[in-house]
Design a protein around this ligand. Structure first.
Ligand SMILES: [Zn+2]
Length: 501
C-alpha cells in the first residue's frame, strides 16, 4: 500500500497544494450575496450560487464508503499475466486507469493519453490504486495487460463488488417484495463486414453480403430509482467457429442461469423478462432456483395458455382494478392459477388510455408471473415490476452506448481485450451510479460551507444540472486538484443514502 512514496509523487502533491490554495472557496456574505450580486439587474432576483466543492472528492469518498479497500485487495489477488519483473506499472494502477477512463467517459484510449498528463491526475490515480509509480501509464501499457488478462478476472471483480453492496445491505432500499429485481436482456456490441474473430456471430443477407457481430446477454440489478448495475454478462458468440446452429440469447441465458444461482445462492431474485423468455424451460429454471419472475406475454408465444388466461379472467370479473389519473386511465385485470404444463401461473392484462393534447392513445400489455396478483399488490407488481424492465434498455444499454461510455466502440480488438474493457466499463458505471443516485453531493456541500456562509445546498441534479456537466467537471477536477482533506475528515463519519425514486 504505497508507504514508500516516490519523489515525483511527493513533488506532485506539493504542486497541487499550491494549486488548491489558489482556488480556495470564495465565501459569500451573510445574505448569500456574491460580488456580482451587489450590482443586480433591475427586476431580476439573483439566484444564490452553490458552494464550490472539489468534484473529484466524490469518487474517492464513494469508493471508500461502499467498498473500503476491497477493490484494491481484489485486484491484488489477480494473477498478473505479464513478466512482472519487467513491469513498471502495477495491476492496480492499470486497472484504475481503465476504470477512470470510463468514469470520465473519455470515449477512447487516445483521449485518455491527453487527459492523464497532469500532476493532479497522477496524485489522484495513485491515491485510488495505492501504488507509487512516478508517472501515469501510457494507455497502450494498459491495453497490453487487458489483451493478456483472462476474461473471468474483471467479471469476478464486478460480481464481488455487487455482492459486497448486497452483503452490507446498501442495496436494501432497492428491493421489491423483499427481492432484488434483475432484468435480463441482450444487446448488440460490434459488427464488421469481414470476420473479426473465430467467435463472431454470422448473418448472411439477401444481397449476398455477410455481417460478423458480437452480442452480450446482460443481467442487471435495477430499481425505479434509476439504478442498472451489471450483475453478470454472458457473451453471445459461437465457439471456435464450429457450430451447427449459432449461439442465441436463450442459449446464453441457459448458460447464465446456473452461474447466477451459484454466485448468489441466498439472494432473493425477481427476474424481469421480455416476451422471448415466456417459455416452459425458463419457467422450470425459475422454479428450480426459487426465483420470482414477471415476463411479457405475447399471444403467439404460447397461444393455448394465452387463451386459457383470457377465459380465467372472464370467469372472475372481480379481479379488476381501475386507476384513474388526470390524463390517463388504466384498467388492470388478472387471472390466477392458469395451468401451463406442470406450472400454475398468473396472467395480468393492462389497458392504458392516455390523452395527450386531445389525442387518445391506447396501449395494451400482458405479463405472466409466478407472484399471485391481488388487489393489494397488483399496482406495485406491474409498475415497479413488469414495467421497470425498461430500465435495462434506457438506464443500462442506452446510457452506456449514447452518453459517453461508448459501449459499441472497440477499445481493444483482441477478444480478451474487448471483454476486459467491457467489464471495466460496467464497474465504472456502477461507481458513477453510486455517486449520482446518492446524497453525497449534498453532504459534501454542507461540509464545505464555512460557518459564516449562508449558501443554499443543492441536490445532485440541481448542483450539476445534467449528468454531462457532472462528468465534465469531475474529470476537470481530477486533472487539476488533488483529493481534498474532506476525504480524510469524512472517512467513516457520514452515511450515504440513495435519493428516493
Ligand atoms: Zn469476432
Amino acid at each position: 500500500m504505497g508507504k514508500r512514496k516516490s519523489k515525483a509523487a511527493k513533488a506532485a502533491k506539493r504542486n497541487i497544494r499550491v494549486q488548491r490554495a489558489n482556488t480556495k472557496v470564495v465565501c459569500k456574505n451573510k445574505a448569500g450575496e456574491t460580488e456580482k450580486s451587489k450590482n443586480p439587474k433591475s427586476g431580476r432576483k439573483q439566484k444564490p450560487k452553490p458552494v464550490t466543492i472539489n468534484d473529484a472528492d466524490q469518487l474517492k469518498i464513494t469508493i471508500e464508503h461502499f467498498f473500503k479497500n476491497k477493490i484494491n485487495e481484489l485486484i491484488s489477488k489477480i494473477l498478473d499475466p505479464r513478466k512482472v519483473e519487467q513491469c513498471v506499472y502495477t495491476l492496480n494502477h492499470l486497472t484504475w486507469l481503465g476504470i477512470v477512463m470510463f468514469v470520465f467517459r473519455l470515449r477512447s484510449r487516445n483521449q485518455l493519453l491527453k487527459e492523464r498528463e497532469t500532476d493532479a491526475f497522477l496524485h489522484n490515480l495513485l491515491s485510488l490504486s495505492g501504488s507509487d509509480e512516478e508517472t501515469v501509464a501510457h494507455p497502450d501499457t494498459m491495453n497490453y495487460l487487458l489483451e493478456l488478462l483472462p476474461v473471468n478476472e474483471f467479471e469476478s471483480l464486478k460480481v464481488e463488488l455487487i455482492k459486497e453492496l448486497i452483503r452490507k445491505r446498501f442495496l436494501d432500499p432497492l428491493r421489491l417484495f423483499g427481492s432484488f429485481r434483475i432484468a435480463v436482456d441482450a444487446t448488440g456490441l460490434f459488427s464488421f463486414g469481414s470476420r473479426h474473430c473465430e467467435n463472431c456471430l454470422v448473418t448472411k443477407h439477401n444481397n449476398k453480403t455477410t455481417t460478423y457481430s458480437h452480442k452480450m446477454l446482460e443481467a442487471k440489478l435495477i430499481s425505479e430509482h434509476g439504478f442498472a448495475f451489471s450483475v453478470y454478462s454472458e457473451p453471445i458468440e459461437n465457439v471456435d467457429g464450429e457450430y451447427t446452429k449459432q449461439d442465441c440469447e436463450l442459449k446464453a441465458f441457459y448458460r447464465m442461469a446456473p452461474v447466477i444461482r451459484d454466485l448468489f445462492p441466498r439472494t432473493p431474485i425477481f427476474l424481469l423478462l421480455d416476451g422471448l423468455y415466456a417459455c416452459e424451460e425458463v419457467f422450470n429454471i425459475c422454479k428450480q432456483n426459487s426465483w420470482d419472475f414477471i415476463a411479457v406475454l405475447k399471444e403467439d408465444r404460447i397461444p393455448t395458455f394465452y387463451k386459457d388466461a383470457l377465459a380465467q379472467i372472464r370467469k372472475h370479473p372481480k379481479n379488476e382494478l381501475k386507476i384513474e389519473g388526470k390524463e390517463e386511465t388504466e384498467t388492470i385485470s388478472w387471472g390466477q392459477n392458469v395451468q401451463y404444463r406442470q406450472h400454475k401461473l398468473h396472467v395480468i392484462f393492462s389497458e392504458k388510455t392516455e390523452t395527450i393534447n386531445g389525442d387518445k392513445t391506447v396501449s395494451n400489455n400482458v405479463w405472466v408471473t409466478n407472484i399471485i396478483p391481488k388487489h393489494n399488490n397488483i399496482e406495485t407488481l406491474i409498475h415497479k415490476g413488469g414495467r421497470q424492465r425498461w430500465k435495462i434498455e434506457n438506464q443500462g444499454f442506452k446510457e452506456q452506448k449514447c452518453d459517453g461510455y461508448e459501449l459499441e466502440h472497440l477499445y481493444g480488438k483482441k477478444p480478451n481485450a474487448w471483454k476486459n474493457y467491457y467489464q471495466l466499463l460496467q464497474i465504472a458505471h456502477m461507481i458513477t451510479q453510486l455517486i449520482v443516485y446518492s446524497d453525497l453531493c449534498r453532504k459534501i456541500q454542507e461540509h464545505s460551507l464555512h460557518d459564516s456562509c449562508n449558501v443554499p445546498v443543492y441536490s445532485f441534479l440541481k448542483y450539476y444540472n445534467s449528468i454531462r456537466n457532472f462528468v465534465r467537471r469531475i474529470c476537470e477536477s481530477f486533472r487539476n486538484q488533488a483529493f481534498s482533506n474532506l476525504v480524510d475528515s469524512l472517512r467513516g463519519k457520514i452515511q450515504i443514502r440513495f435519493s428516493s425514486a
